[in-house]
Design a protein around this ligand. Sequence first.
Ligand code: ADP
Length: 312
Amino acid sequence: MNAITLNNVTKTYAKGTVLAVDDVSLTVSEGEIFGLIGPDGAGKSTIFRLLTTLLLPDKGTGTVGGLDMVNDFKAIRGIVGYMPGKFSLYQDLTVEENLNFFATVFNTTVEENYNLIKDIYVQIEPFKDRRAGKLSGGMKQKLALCCALIHKPKVLFLDEPTTGVDVVSRKEFWEMLKRLKKQGITILVSTSYMDEATMCDRIGLILNGKVLSVASPEETIDAYPEKLYAVKADSIYHLLLDLRKYDKVINCYTFGEYLHMSMTGTEQEVKDYLQTKNHNNVEMKAIRPTVEDCFIRLLKQENDSRSSNKDK
Ligand code: ADP
């Protein structure tokens, strides 16, 4: 069974003037870790708020755990855990008090579901008497996850849980998600960190309220249709300008110490062209795209189609 479905869901704000979610359809299977990957303003949080029944859609339907997201909103609230993007805990309550509070709201006790949060909670237990507002970013995030889990939800919604968290804590966090998945919990997680995409079973790339591609990270990468190269030379800035002018280059952008370039021509043709532009120490190698390259490609495609629509 699908743990989550969205069927042609649209949501606008400000009396219909801001289109936040644009005719989105997707399904998440039971026990899957599904990542919504996209930049700020793409519509990720709105999808979370719709599925956790905090907002009503303008159009379309959706289900969580087989329950209708509009008609069965009360039942849905009992079976989901939600960690919103903004810090959701009570800053003036201690770690322990926050956890007890969330357990009580859901008619349960910390003891009842302790096994589910144990791995995470032991890391913050030494600080159980500290107020939540005084915790570090990584610890806040762990406490928020414990609070979202304390009633043993079937489906966990994590909206940008790792934003502003250091690399080590981010890694640990994803390890925790994998353990939760093993316990049968379905996880919908959003992130703007492209490297986290590879930790998901499937990812949906989202931009301007539209889900543009849904597949496993591997399939997303395999579907990259052009040849991709990493290129560098002594003057990387001039190299970028020259490559962008070359008609066989489809896209070229900086990526770490290299440029990433997709093109229709051959390696030799590009090298010959760069020689005519007097570039020195040109290094060029074919590479396998990352999810970020796939995303950049979609972004360009969207921008190109928007500007061609404007020209019409
Ligand atoms: P993301 O989570 O990907 O950053 P959001 O769902 O928060 O995206 O936002 C999608 C779009 O909707 C953005 O253009 C944002 O500015 C707009 N938006 C979000 N919330 C509101 C709101 N309460 N009122 C008006 N516009 C909003």
